[in-house]
Design a protein around this ligand. Structure first.
Ligand code: ADP
Ligand code: MG
Length: 268
């Protein structure tokens, strides 16, 4: 039986979909079988990250409506074929139409066949977030080093606990190490302290990540991309390898004001 992991954030645009596509591809490249489920109904784009947008015939809602079988809706990856499949989101439907029980059976069916089932959660803390969380065994939270994203991540951590998903892990994405060094961006250690959860990756800002989505080839496959290399390290850590976090430059100062703000909020 496989394991289901939801990638979630609270705030939108922090890199969830990019990370789902890259972690999935990375796991498949290391020999695992992986199914990716796009739960961002109405706003799908996981297919673009994987370069599979022209191959979609059916989607998650068709499976639930029984318009097609689950196996018919799975789109095989160009590179890893049966070892990496995508269950696309419906682009023309409303998130509210999907029920928790429906998503749960789809995920459970996939877990019987795949080592990893990774869910791309929609932004926010509403229905789509709850549904994807309730269908998952574990959670990875993505944040960027901005107070708005960190605050939303903090809220999500609390909600996950109430849904009995304990020990979520954190990916800090789009870190600009030169700005951190100058004290212009919140340091990852402060983010770790504010959120009090385990950091499993610090992904640098890397223009190649945007290029990789445009060409439909996940950055994790490109060893010359710094973002891609760190995404590969995250995959290895998920598989239990002991790889230290890659920190490109050491901290010289940090933004006390912002971390104190969060500490105050937590106490209230
Ligand atoms: P979400 O799914 O959380 O809304 P996306 O994965 O769609 O976020 O990412 C939002 C945008 O940020 C995309 O254009 C993506 O290419 C870009 N992006 C994500 N991570 C990075 C990174 N580490 N460096 C540069 N650009 C990134
Ligand atoms: Mg997304």
């Amino acid at each position: 039986m496989g394991k289901s992991i939801v990638i979630t954030s609270g705030k939108g645009g922090v890199g969830k979909t990019t990370i789902v596509g890259n972690i999935g591809t990375g796991l498949a490249s290391l020999g695992k079988s992986v199914a990716l489920v796009d739960v961002d109904i109405g706003l799908r784009n996981l297919d673009l990250v994987l370069g599979l947008e022209n191959r979609i015939v059916y989607n998650l809602m068709d499976v639930i409506d029984k318009t097609c079988k689950l196996s018919q809706a799975l789109v095989k990856d160009k590179r890893f074929k049966d070892n990496l499949v995508l269950l696309p989101a419906a682009q023309t439907r409303l998130k509210e139409e999907l029920k928790v029980e429906d998503l749960k059976w789809v995920v459970n069916d996939l877990k019987k066949k795949y080592d990893y089932v990774i869910l791309d959660s929609p932004a926010g803390i509403e229905h789509g977030f709850r549904m994807s969380t309730l269908s998952s065994d574990e959670a990875i939270i993505v944040t960027t080093p901005e107070i708005t994203a960190i605050r939303d991540a903090d809220r999500v951590i609390g909600l996950l606990e109430s849904m009995e998903i304990f020990d979520p892990q954190l990916i800090i994405n789009r870190v600009k190490f030169d700005m951190v060094k100058k004290g212009e961006m919140i340091h990852w250690k402060d983010i770790e302290e504010i959120l009090s959860i385990k950091v499993i990756g610090i992904v640098p800002e890397d223009p190649y990540i945007t290029i990789s989505t445009n060409i439909g080839e996940p950055a994790v496959l490109n060893d010359s991309s710094i973002g891609g290399r760190e995404l590969k390290n995250i995959v290895r850590r998920l598989l239990g390898e002991d790889i230290p976090l890659t920190i490109y430059q050491e901290k010289e100062s940090f933004i006390d004001k912002i971390s104190n703000f969060f500490k105050r909020e937590k106490k209230q």
